[in-house]
Ligand binder design. Structure first.
Ligand SMILES: Cc1cc2nc3c(=O)[nH]c(=O)nc-3n(C[C@H](O)[C@H](O)[C@H](O)COP(=O)(O)OP(=O)(O)OC[C@H]3O[C@@H](n4cnc5c(N)ncnc54)[C@H](O)[C@@H]3O)c2cc1C
Ligand code: SF4
Length: 466
């Protein structure tokens, strides 16, 4: 294969940037069947499909694309489901550009096949037509597994183990299942009904889903074993917000992206005036950070009515960790980028309300441990950025709530659970862990990949022992 397909990549239609910047409807509008067939026809059906090597759950990519090219959409989704139980989610939020599409042979000389768009098309087509039957369950084993958290890693574990005949209970602290997919990623990138629909498939397969259960408070891991569970999976994510620890952080209207997005998404502030969730409004909103969380917060603030939204990032655009497509969408929507800028203190008025931020300009020096060029302060470059709402999106860490109540669970020095990378086994018997609580904040598909490996290992344990 030479990778010489000359047909141009089908671009996905999108909402007009000026219109969408003020609504919460999804930005990309999806392929029509004709567009999907045309895009699928670009695939070279490589004998050694490098795209699959780039997929953390090894979806048979040429296999499902071949079905789309032939108009067999039902078989395409069946093929994806063999490896991925959340295709409508992954088709929308996976960093395809560095995974499957980043490895596509066509990308060497031109544009890679739009694998993510095709995955999304197949999943959306199935939701609209309901033609595929869910995979059938194996004979009941009588073994019980508690899966803590309901983000993508836990959903994958639950889905895999229920099919193998085990009794699975998903225990979620919030009042809705889905993890970051519901409380973090906004509606305009990942509509809530899509997550709900993919989660409801688990319910239909027999997974019991219990919300408002905070493991570590409502019940401990030890008590789960006493209740008769044979194995426990911990997929509790990394939801503890980080702050910059600079003066003025306690002013009213300085808040974490975690809180802001949870109020906007899970507590539905985005549905105002239908739902009246209190959420701080700003005229000039400043978001600190350069990752997906920062982009999501900034674009949400714009949609909630801010006059101006600035993203303050201490490196340059090239170092921004957010997905390229999301940075591009934010630019199109008119967000202001303050690059190579670092806040040093917040400023407030006599009522304790935020009025601005003192910032310094930065320049890039030598690469640091992360391989990115280290930002260095430009002396004498202080300036004031006026703002009335600041959202801190500079990362998150491990929440100690569960781990503190499980003292014999080995952790690393940052408080993340230590687990075997190939099996998810922790240092505590019959306890597995995976996703962000092991790796630190990462991606949906890596959390799912960890869940798949752990499910295989849990099944082996329930069959053969520790
Ligand atoms: C705003 C935002 C945008 C993102 N955008 C992208 C993106 O575009 N693409 C991408 O691939 N990744 C993205 N990510 C990262 C991705 O969402 C995470 O890597 C992924 O969700 C991690 O999955 P998880 O299953 O480990 O944990 P989570 O999704 O964090 O789920 C953990 C769940 O456990 C629950 N929980 C926590 N403690 C307890 C407890 N003690 N008892 C019971 N339940 C508990 C939590 O309430 C939560 O529901 C984004 C993250 C954020 C925050
Ligand atoms: S998606 Fe790309 S790498 Fe994968 S089989 Fe098709 S052309 Fe080859």
């Amino acid at each position: 294969m030479t990778g010489t397909n000359k047909t141009p990549r089908q671009s996905m239609p999108e909402q007009n940037p000026q219109v969408r910047a003020r609504n919460f409807e999804e930005v990309p509008l999806g392929y029509t069947p004709e567009m999907a067939v045309a895009e699928a026809g670009r695939c070279l059906q490589c004998k050694n499909p490098t795209c699959v090597q780039g997929c953390p759950v090894n979806v048979d990519i040429p296999g499902f694309i071949k079905h789309i090219a032939a108009g067999r959409f039902d078989q395409a989704i069946g093929k994806i489901w063999e490896r991925n139980s959340l295709p409508a989610v992954c088709g929308r939020v996976c960093p395809q550009e560095i995974q499957c599409e980043g490895n596509c042979l066509l990308g060497r000389k031109g544009e890679p096949v739009a694998i993510g768009n095709l995955e999304r098309f197949a999943a959306d087509w199935e939701r609209a037509h309901h033609v595929c039957e869910l995979p059938s369950r194996e004979k009941a084993t009588g073994k019980k597994v508690a899966v803590v958290g309901s983000g993508p890693s836990s959903l994958t574990v639950a889905g895999d183990l229920v099919l193998k005949g085990h009794e699975v209970s998903l225990l979620e602290a919030f009042h809705k299942p889905g993890g970051v997919l519901v409380y973090g990623i906004p509606e305009f990138r990942l509509p809530k009904d899509i997550v709900a629909s993919e989660v409801s498939c688990l319910g239909a397969q027999g997974v019991s889903i219990e919300c408002d259960v905070v493991v570590g408070r409502t019940v401990t891991v030890e008590e789960l074993f006493e209740q008769g569970f044979d194995a426990v999976y911990l997929g509790v994510g990394a939801g503890l917000p980080k702050f910059m620890n600079i003066p003025g952080e306690n002013l009213v209207s300085v808040l974490s992206a975690n809180e802001y997005l949870t109020r906007a998404n899970l507590m539905k502030a985005y549905l105002f005036p239908e739902v009246d969730t209190p959420i701080p409004q700003g005229r000039h909103v400043v978001v600190l950070g350069g990752g997906n969380v920062a982009m999501d917060s900034a674009r949400t603030a714009m949609r909630l009515g801010a006059e101006k939204v600035s993203i303050v990032y201490r490196r340059s655009r090239a170092e921004m960790p957010a997905r390229g497509a999301e940075i591009h969408h934010a630019e199109e929507e008119g967000l202001n980028f303050e690059l190579l800028v670092n806040p040093v203190r917040y400023l407030g008025n006599e009522k304790g309300r935020l009025t601005g931020m003192e910032c310094v300009r930065m320049e890039l020096g030598e690469p640091d441990a992360s391989g990115r060029r280290r930002p260095v302060t430009v002396p004498g470059s202080e300036f004031i950025l006026e703002c009335d709402l600041a959202i801190v999106a500079i990362g998150s860490g491990a929440n100690p709530l569960l781990t503190r109540s499980t003292p014999d669970l080995p952790l690393n020095k940052w408080g993340y659970i230590t687990a075997n990378a190939e099996t998810g086994k922790t240092g505590k018997k019959a306890v597995w862990a995976g996703g962000d609580i092991v790796t630190g904040a990462a991606t949906v598909i890596l959390a799912m990949g960890a869940g798949r490996k752990a499910a295989d290992s849990i099944h082996e344990y329930l069959t053969w022992g520790w």
